[in-house]
Write a protein that binds this ligand. Structure first.
Ligand SMILES: N[C@@H](CCC(=O)N[C@@H](CS)C(=O)NCC(=O)O)C(=O)O
Length: 254
């Protein structure tokens, strides 16, 4: 099997890559890292991915990191039977513009509710010294972790993250309206749809899907991506936070 994916079931960035691999029917072996235990910070893994984050793709010994780069790479090396990159350069540029927007806005914002609602109990159980040592061992997310602290992000940060997510739903709505849908760029699903998917699924998993109920185009998009044949194998059991953290199930239902 030429593809090995180092990833984590619940990691939103990993879900993007699993979706592309599954949609293309590319067999891959999965190495699952326990992010809360710090597997991503071990020297052997850092030698592959110096950012200390998942996912990492090993394609016959070629190492590719960063989920959006991996997805573009897969589209280049395996364009058949299906590719997610428009052939028209103008549409391709639009797709990349959206991909940049998605990485800067929802992909970053979704970490705040994720950490505050799901991961905090794990950090609250650490001593202050253990927490600081854990945060400082992270090449990419050191400052993010330190600004969160063991008590979580303050309400202003949570509100700001939710506002950025709301602006994302509105942007999606506007793009679908402009393109005629059902996908962000029109008739065909592209990498832009796959890049934003995990943030939207995460917010639904956290019980926040009410935030786009007034935007039927976004709701329709959400139903369409959930119905895609690659969705179920990507979100195997354990990929949702509510499947992993029982305390969230009650919160999401309330
Ligand atoms: N830009 C990177 C970000 C990767 C990333 O943030 N991965 C998260 C999971 S979604 C991670 O590994 N976090 C571990 C940590 O923060 O220590 C990508 O898209 O691959």
């Amino acid at each position: 099997m030429p593809f090995t994916l180092y990833n984590a079931p619940q990691s939103t960035c990993s879900q993007r890559v699993r979706f592309v691999l599954n949609a293309k029917g590319l067999p891959f072996s999965e190495i699952k890292l326990d992010l809360l235990a710090g597997d991503q910070l071990k020297p052997d893994y850092l030698a592959l991915n110096p950012n200390g984050v998942v996912p990492t793709l090993d394609h016959d010994g070629a190492i590719v990191i960063d989920s959006s780069v991996i997805c573009e790479y897969l589209d280049e090396v395996a364009p058949e039977p299906l590719d997610f990159t428009p052939h028209d350069p103008v549409l391709r540029a639009k797709m990349r513009t959206l991909m940049h927007f998605i990485d800067e806005m929802p992909a970053a914002a979704v970490r705040v509710p994720t950490f505050n609602l799901a991961f905090l109990p794990r950090f609250a159980a650490m001593s202050e010294e253990e927490f600081i040592a854990f945060a400082e061992s992270k090449p990419l997310r050191r400052e993010f972790m330190l600004s969160m602290g063991r008590k979580g992000f303050p309400k202003e940060d949570m509100d700001a993250a939710l506002a950025r997510l709301r602006r994302t739903y509105e942007r999606m709505d506007a793009e679908i309206e402009k393109s005629g849908g059902p996908w962000l760029l029109g008739r065909d699903i592209t990498l832009a749809d796959i890049m934003v998917m995990p943030a939207i699924v995460r917010m639904a998993d956290l019980g926040r899907d009410g935030a786009w109920q007034d935007l039927p185009r976004v709701q329709h998009w959400y139903e369409a991506i959930r119905a895609h044949p690659a969705f179920a194998p990507t979100y195997y059991h354990g990929s949702l936070l509510t499947e992993r953290f029982p305390h969230l199930r009650k919160a999401a239902q309330s």
